[in-house]
Design a protein around this ligand. Structure first.
Ligand SMILES: *Cc1c(COP(=O)(O)O)cnc(C)c1O
Length: 389
């Protein structure tokens, strides 16, 4: 079989239950073809119950949910917002939508997520510059939860609210609490690659019901209560379609199973790479339970067959999709003028993870045979390394 004939293995493809069409059909039968309707209501209720939040608002994307959360906190021109640097650009783009300035915070080695030490340093330095940051966007990357006790303590001490970007971590818990339900606001994403999907969509959650209602108002063009379409402030068109919410309802029913499957994929990688001390895995903090959205590995700095770029190319040749770790936002051309605070005095933890890390195919529908192909390909690279000395 030539390589071209080999079945392509994707990083984290959609995993449908087969029952989605029932809810979609119901939307058609009742003619609720709109960004509102019974599926939207039920999906909001379902997510709120699952994560233990008092209120939820279904929106068109996770990015929209972050934008709304920042708007609710009154962030605007000239404000600064603290944000994890090791994340997808969507975590920080909404800061720019509002004319505010992102300030990036390094990772810590124990969780790869926001370093409490760097966070505190950032707040103090920003205060010296004359501004108290208006919000903290803490991201739970790859489904592993940040050190929320320490981050919440700092947030309280300085009076800065927390938005949890739990786009990748729906179902992960920290001391028994769901990620996204711990800060002032939480957001989830239902993009095609996330642990459950609506093809595209997001959710904003909070225990502050008034804020959720205000977000509902902002997400439907901020229409004043008058029959003649009156508007006193800027709004958005951010609601989730009733058809897509139907997909979400069916997906939400299987989330526990999906997490189990993702964790099984992770365990198989751990087992598969047992004999290779150069491969280590993203660490899970104590008293947390992660959904292991993507299995991520860290390699020893090297140039040869054991290096991330070599392995990435080998996998690509075998029709296997793997990716580097998120390029830290403070290194992005878009954010090159923004300030960044490190965990250690002399070096960035996030940059090290980016330079030496890899995301491996982690679909909840990844078969044993497919995963064997990925593991064998990577083991093959390490055999070459031994041979070439
Ligand atoms: C996917 C993702 C988002 C954005 O979600 P969308 O629904 O695609 O807008 C935000 N933050 C992180 C960390 C993500 O992985």
């Amino acid at each position: 079989m030539s390589v071209r004939d080999k079945e392509k293995i994707f990083l984290s493809p959609p995993h449908m239950t087969g029952n989605e069409m029932e809810y979609v059909q119901e939307a058609f039968n009742s003619n609720w073809i709109a960004p509102l309707g019974p599926n939207v209501d039920a999906f909001e209720k379902g997510i709120a119950e699952y994560v233990g939040a008092k209120g939820a608002l279904a929106v068109s994307s996770g990015t929209a949910a972050i934008h709304l959360a920042l708007s609710l906190l009154g962030i605007g021109e000239g404000d600064t917002v603290l944000c994890s640097t090791l994340t997808f650009v969507a975590s920080a783009n909404p800061i720019l939508y509002l004319g505010a300035e992102p300030v990036f915070v390094d990772s810590e080695p124990d969780s790869w997520n926001m370093s409490p030490a760097a966070l505190e340093k950032a707040i103090r330095e920003e205060m010296k510059r004359g501004k108290i940051p208006k919000a903290i966007i803490v991201v739970h990357i790859y489904g592993l939860v940040a050190d929320m006790d320490k981050i919440c303590e700092i947030s309280k001490r300085y009076g800065i609210p927390i938005i949890e970007d739990a786009a990748e971590s729906l179902g992960s818990t920290y001391k028994g609490r769901q990620s996204g339900s711990i800060g002032d606001f939480g957001i989830y994403s239902f993009n095609g690659n996330k642990i459950i999907t609506t093809s595209g969509g997001g959710m904003l959650v909070s225990n502050d019901i008034e804020s959720i209602e205000r977000a509902r108002f902002l997400s439907t063009q901020a229409r004043d209560p008058a029959i003649h379409y009156q508007h006193s402030q800027v709004g958005y068109n951010y609601r989730m379609s009733n058809i897509l919410a139907g997909i979400g309802l069916s997906q939400l029913k299987v989330i526990k199973e999906r997490i189990k499957q993702k964790r099984t994929v992770f365990e198989r990688y751990v087992h598969g790479f047992q004999g290779i001390p150069e491969i280590t895995f993203m660490p899970e903090l104590e008293q947390t339970y992660s959904n292991r959205w993507l299995t991520t590995i860290l390699l020893q700095p090297s140039r040869g067959p054991g290096s991330p770029s070599y392995i990435l190319n080998k996998l690509r040749d075998e029709q296997i999709e793997a990716r580097p770790i998120w390029k830290p936002l403070h290194l992005q051309p878009l954010f090159k003028k923004m300030r960044f605070y490190t965990h250690f005095n002399d070096k960035s933890v996030a940059e090290g993870i980016y330079a030496n890390g890899l995301c491996l195919p982690s679909g909840s529908n990844l078969s044993l045979i497919q995963q064997r192909r990925v593991i064998d390909c990577i083991l093959g690279c390490f055999m070459l390394r031994v041979k070439s000395g």
